[in-house]
Design a protein around this ligand. Structure first.
Ligand SMILES: Nc1ncnc2c1ncn2[C@@H]1O[C@H](COP(=O)(O)OP(=O)(O)OP(=O)(O)O)[C@@H](O)[C@H]1O
Length: 653
């Protein structure tokens, strides 16, 4: 069936041109609208499959305003605009278009962009459906299993997290009954970790006495239908609703969503989701909750039964550590440390996309953990038994990139003494991780695009094609939109790869994770160097919390490693470098890789320290007062360190 298409473009000549090209290519063009109002009139009559949308239009409203409406209605659209300005691109990006073409464009580019847009749209719809099917199955299990209501709600929290992002979730029967408050809440502590919050915990957190607490509850208003609230919307006076206000203030939340499920006889169960991010909830979340309303109603009945049945012994947990639960749905993230909500949101996205073959683009500064997340996506996918092949696109000489990626025939170029498989073929059945994708030369970008479209590779120096079954996860620390705007990155490849973007926050934006990461690395390196870990000195904690970490987690890891190496094994870790006058100042200016620089400095310090001890012991490593004992490490560890740092024992004899 021909796909139905609407053109929203105010330049008549361009619009007419588009109509001709598209009709010839087999599209059913529903019409041409020159303004948002005209487009809305078309949309009322018929729903197009795809919309081509100019940004600047006749009238007051721009194409971006219409795009928001299309997004809400799940209609795929691409932008065509004469404006490639980065600011416009950034704003357009927030509407999540399926493609973007800069005028003037070639006919071929238009058709390819529409093809990709359609592929992405159907693909995302399909994967959404499959994810929801899986969720529905899981919810049925949760509801039917023989477990108490509190555990059921914990499991609901774990299962629903990637569909409705939240930092705190609560459910309770409404209207509230006299002096009895039995809402069950879970505060998210880590990726799969939640803290139970009931009445007692809320009293502690809010610091209110019983009287004030119940007065606040009575003050509350009831929502009779699903609703979204955000602190950034000042006109929203319902945010003053007392119980919710208490939760928002005491748990530092910024927005919430309420979804009531009515059970008849004047009772209903309300599901609340709170987030630390402003404006995170939308109509789409309510639509999704409506789709799973049947399960939420079944669960609500169990909650009511539990609430009203006197024969069931209520067994709320009391001790704080018993209150912490791990849902453990996603063991693939075990090695990822941190619980800042920005990190958790990124991991939620990773769990959503992991089971499918969708390409993923991981964005974030150097050292933020992009490779770690790529690996987790692989481990959480059905491809986990297949290979995970990493390619650092920036590290391969330009002349060798093509053969490195796609392989070469014998004699394809000087030095190609035998036929060799490329990384794509090595990753067959698994995942290829294309790190620093922004560094790929334009000619190779074209070839990569073909591989992504056709799932076939062509050896350098040959013309036979080989089918490959590979999932692509790419990463970059560059601003790809800017690269596109400046002509260094192909727009069509960008859209192909950007099917599912995941952005990792820099460490300075998730400061609350710094201490946890430092302790994790302290432990790790102490184990590796055979030293006891006595914790981190307060002075060091203070300094690492105040630093802005341009090299992110990798830099923190190196700083802690250095502290461990230079630690005497009897005291807490001390900072061994002055972070206020970072050794990296000049690095930022020249853009040299921070990691290499840090490693270099660290090795030099380590070398100096070991050398000074060896001088003292005149090269003696073992025994009482030997260098190993003074350094509090095993003699074998010291020997291997000396080998690595090129320190010769005989120089000290
Ligand atoms: N959340 C985390 N928990 C524990 N270790 C982490 C975490 N994130 C990153 N690391 C560690 O920090 C270092 C840098 O991480 P990684 O190599 O994944 O970063 P990256 O963003 O891919 O860096 P680049 O852009 O330079 O390639 C690695 O040693 C990794 O193990």
């Amino acid at each position: 069936m021909n796909k139905k298409l609407l053109i929203v473009e105010d330049e008549f000549v361009v619009a007419n041109d588009l109509r001709l090209i598209l009709t010839q290519a087999g599209y059913n063009v529903l019409g041409i609208a020159a303004s948002v109002e005209e487009a809305e009139a078309y949309l009322q009559q018929q729903t197009p499959d795809l919309v081509i949308l100019d940004i600047r239009l006749n009238g007051k409203r721009s194409g971006i305003a219409l795009a928001r409406k299309l997004k809400d209605e799940n209609i795929a659209f691409i932008y065509v605009s004469a404006n490639a300005d980065q600011k416009v691109l950034e704003e357009a990006k927030t509407t999540e278009p399926y493609g973007f073409l800069i005028k003037p464009f070639r006919e071929k580019d238009l058709l390819v962009t529409l093809d990709i847009a359609w592929y992405r749209h159907t693909h995302s719809l399909e994967s959404k459906l499959r994810r929801e099917e899986r969720l529905q199955k899981l919810l049925t299990e949760i509801i039917n299993e023989d477990a108490d209501v509190q555990l059921k709600i914990l499991k609901l929290a774990g299962a629903i997290q990637s569909f409705i992002p939240f930092d705190f979730m609560a459910t309770g029967v409404r209207p509230l009954n006299g002096e009895r408050f039995s809402d069950i809440g879970y505060l998210r502590l880590g990726f799969d970790e939640y803290q139970y919050i009931g009445e007692k915990e809320l009293l502690t957190i809010t610091g209110l006495n019983n009287g004030a607490f119940y007065a606040a509850i009575e003050n509350g208003h009831l929502d009779s239908e699903g609703k979204v609230y955000s602190s950034e919307d000042p006109g929203d006076c319902s945010m003053n609703n007392s119980l919710q206000r208490l939760v928002l203030d005491s748990l530092r939340m910024e927005s919430y969503l309420v979804f009531p499920v009515s059970l008849g006889y004047g009772l209903s169960v309300h599901y609340f989701f709170y987030s630390r991010q402003t404006g995170i909830y939308s109509k789409n979340h309510l639509t999704f909750l409506n789709r799973i309303k049947q399960w939420l109603t079944d669960l609500a009945e169990k909650i009511i039964y539990y609430e009203t049945s006197s024969s069931v012994e209520k067994n709320w947990p009391v001790s704080p550590d018993k209150n912490q639960h791990k849902a453990e749905f996603y063991p693939g993230f075990k090695s990822i440390v941190g619980n800042h909500h920005l990190l958790l949101s990124a991991l939620d996205l990773a769990t959503q996309v992991a089971p499918y073959n969708t390409s993923v683009l991981i964005l974030g500064e150097s050292g933020t953990g992009k490779e770690k997340v790529a690996q987790s996506i692989h481990e959480l996918s059905t491809r986990k038994k297949g290979p995970f092949i990493k390619v650092n696109c920036a590290a391969i000489p330009v002349t060798l990139v093509e053969s490195e990626l796609f392989g070469h025939e014998k004699g394809a170029f000087t030095g190609a003494i035998e036929k060799r498989k490329g990384k794509f073929e090595q990753a067959d059945g698994g995942t290829i991780f294309l790190d620093e994708i922004g560094e790929l030369p334009l000619a190779i970008q074209t070839k990569l695009l073909r591989v992504l479209q056709e799932r076939e590779i062509e050896y350098v120096g040959g013309n036979s094609r080989v089918k490959v079954n590979v999932r692509v996860v790419a990463a970059t620390n560059r601003n790809l939109e800017q690269e596109v705007a400046e002509g260094r990155f192909r727009l069509d490849l960008y859209y192909r790869l950007n099917v599912f973007p995941i952005t990792l926050p820099p460490l300075r934006e998730r400061r609350t994770d710094i201490e946890m990461l430092a302790a994790f690395f302290g432990n790790k390196f102490c184990k590796a160097f055979d030293k006891p870990f006595h914790g981190i000195a307060d002075s060091m904690i203070q300094k690492i919390n105040g630093y802005n970490w341009p090299g992110n987690i990798r830099e923190l890891e190196n700083v802690v490693e250095q502290s461990v190496v230079l630690n005497d094994g009897r005291s807490k870790l001390q900072l061994m470098r002055d972070l206020s006058t970072p050794a990296f100042n000049h690095i930022e200016k020249t853009g040299i890789n921070t990691f290499d620089e840090v490693k270099h400095i660290q090795q030099a310090t380590e070398r100096e320290y070991i050398t000074s001890i060896l001088k003292k012991t005149k090269g003696r490593i073992r025994g009482a007062n030997g260098a190993a004992e003074l350094l509090n490490i095993k003699p074998t560890t010291l020997e291997s360190k000396m080998a690595k740092l090129n320190i010769r024992k005989q120089d000290f004899d």
